[in-house]
Design a protein around this ligand. Structure first.
Ligand SMILES: [Fe+2]
Length: 156
């Protein structure tokens, strides 16, 4: 599979998980008890896979893109910052939900605020800025980013 398509599929999957997470936060807001186990599973997946595999891969692609397309640097720096906010807000959200799941006294407003920050940043970083980067005329695939111009391969 083309790496850009794989990226889009990952983002689509993350988007579905964020919808489920949002539904659980909505339950909390409505005064019900969310499924904390499900919430922790989603946060753990997003934190562990995304922050240890997906985002570092993107950050490397952004570095290469910045070298190749300097006009994109402000956007790419912003995306890198968003990854750091997602990591920190994800840690905070996981702490709060773990406490709530273990029957500790945790403010609903604190969980809602942490979850909202997490969800908003996650959705934002997966949408328009990246599309804009990868729609650049000069860069169609991360594989091409590091490729140097040279003679084309002979055709048979
Ligand atoms: Fe991403």
């Amino acid at each position: 599979m083309n790496p850009v398509m794989a990226w889009h599929e990952e983002h689509a999957y993350f988007g579905r998980l964020l919808l489920v997470l949002q539904e659980e936060v909505d339950r909390l807001y409505a005064g019900s008890t969310p499924n904390y186990e499900l919430v922790l599973d989603i946060i753990s997946y997003l934190r562990d896979y995304s922050d240890q595999v997906h985002h570092p891969r993107e950050d490397e692609a952004f570095k290469r893109l910045a070298r190749h397309s300097p006009e994109l640097r402000p956007i790419l720096v912003r995306l890198h910052q968003e990854h750091r906010v997602i990591a920190q807000s994800g840690d905070r959200l996981r702490e709060l939900v773990e406490e709530a799941a273990s029957d500790a006294v945790v403010s609903r407003a604190d969980i809602e605020a942490a979850a909202s920050t997490y969800i908003v940043y996650y959705r934002t970083t997966s949408t328009w800025r990246k599309r804009k980067c990868f729609r650049s005329r000069r860069v169609r695939s991360p594989r091409r980013i590091g490729r140097r111009p040279g003679p084309s391969r002979p055709r048979r």
